[in-house]
Design a protein around this ligand. Structure first.
Ligand code: KG4
Ligand code: ZN
Length: 336
């Protein structure tokens, strides 16, 4: 039973990240170079700019992660990298760096699904107990994932249009808030009251799918109509109302699915898991309705994109004997 050291690399969107994790659980280093500032003035991630930043940062970020970890390449057991989904030009930078390192140091190469990474961020703070349900909410994803065991993923619900984070960012933009808007709406929501009536898309009876585009449109329409009438809409009230609508649907469906699938744990993952309203509401409802089911919520730094989560997911694949080879390619629509 020897210790396993894995270098994780993540470049699927706008963070260049590298981390070294011991036994899939202990973070030895976790370096994230954010490009947020470069994308902000465009109101969203510009793929070409993202790729260029990754190229500029990747070597430095990996070197820094290795230096901080105190682990040498000779002591590493594998290199794990996000192979998809994400921006193809961005993914390619990480995949090529990982391939080069694996080849140069004779290390096994592991391809990791970005969402699996978000889920395995939980393994860095607690022991995963199966069966479990993970709510993955990020800028690109809104998924309810049922897991019977390690690295087996059944998507029981997903968004039919916008991802939760995407809805946050688009509504924030309409409210004149900077990119990414999620944290700003979250902050303002706590200063306002949810007094504006907004829709909730429950979809068909028993469906665990989500839809946020109707809600987004309702906010945009309300803003437009108010403007035409020459009225002011209170940004804090709108933020609070929008957040309540999103959180209500996310929490209700998650708790319902957790009951139906009789899970032992519920995990929260992805950038929107940083949302204070979502955390509090899920905690609250689970305490009341599922007191025997454990809820795990990673700290904020492990909810947003990072490479420690990729190393954690990659370690389990490594232990299962799963390997990629040097033909590994970035796949922008990689299935979970
Ligand atoms: O997981 P992530 O870092 O990147 C993706 O894989 O998409 O998630 C980024 C998303 C953005 O849409 C951002 O607005 C949202 O997470 N986000 C939040 C909060 N913090 C980040 N949304 C709501 N409330 C927050 N506190
Ligand atoms: Zn992500």
């Amino acid at each position: 039973n020897e210790d396993v050291y894995v270098l994780g690399i993540e470049t699927s969107c706008d963070e260049t990240a590298a981390a070294v994790v011991k036994n899939g659980k202990k973070i030895l280093s976790n370096v994230v170079a954010s490009q947020m500032e470069s994308h902000r003035r465009f109101g969203g991630v510009v793929p070409e700019i993202a790729s260029r930043h990754h190229v500029e940062q990747i070597t430095l970020v990996i070197e820094e992660a290795m230096r901080q970890s105190g682990v040498s390449f000779a002591d590493l057991d594998a290199v794990a990298v996000t192979a998809g989904p994400g921006l193809v030009g961005a993914l390619l930078v990480g995949v090529n760096a990982a391939k080069a390192l694996a080849f140069a140091h004779g290390l096994p190469l592991i391809g990791v699904h970005h969402i699996a990474g978000h889920i395995y961020a939980n393994q860095l703070v607690a022991e995963m107990k199966f069966p479990l349900l993970a709510l993955v909410v990020s800028g690109g994803h809104t998924e309810l994932v049922y897991m019977e065991g390690h690295e087996t993923f059944a998507v029981i619900g997903e968004t039919r249009d916008d991802a939760a984070g995407e809805a946050y960012d688009k509504v924030a933009r309409a409210l004149g808030l900077p990119y990414p808007g999620g944290p700003h709406i979250d902050r303002l929501a706590h200063e306002g009251e949810p007094v504006i009536d907004l829709p909730r898309a429950w979809l068909e009876e028993g469906s665990y799918d989500f839809s946020f585009s109707g809600l987004k449109s309702a906010v945009l329409n309300a803003l437009h109509n108010a403007k035409q009438r020459g009225e002011e809409i209170d940004v804090r009230q709108m933020a609070a109302s929008f957040q309540e609508s999103v959180v209500d649907v996310l929490v209700t469906k998650t708790v319902q699915a957790a009951k139906e699938y009789r899970v032992r744990q519920v995990l929260l993952a992805g950038g929107v898991a940083a949302n204070h309203g979502l955390r509090a509401a899920l905690q609250d409802k689970m305490k009341k309705e599922l007191p025997n089911v454990e809820l795990i919520i990673p700290p904020l730094s492990l909810c947003t994109d990072n490479a420690a989560m990729i190393a954690a997911a990659g370690t389990v694949l490594y232990q299962q004997g799963k390997r990629a080879d040097l033909a590994l390619n970035a796949n922008p629509s990689l299935p979970l």
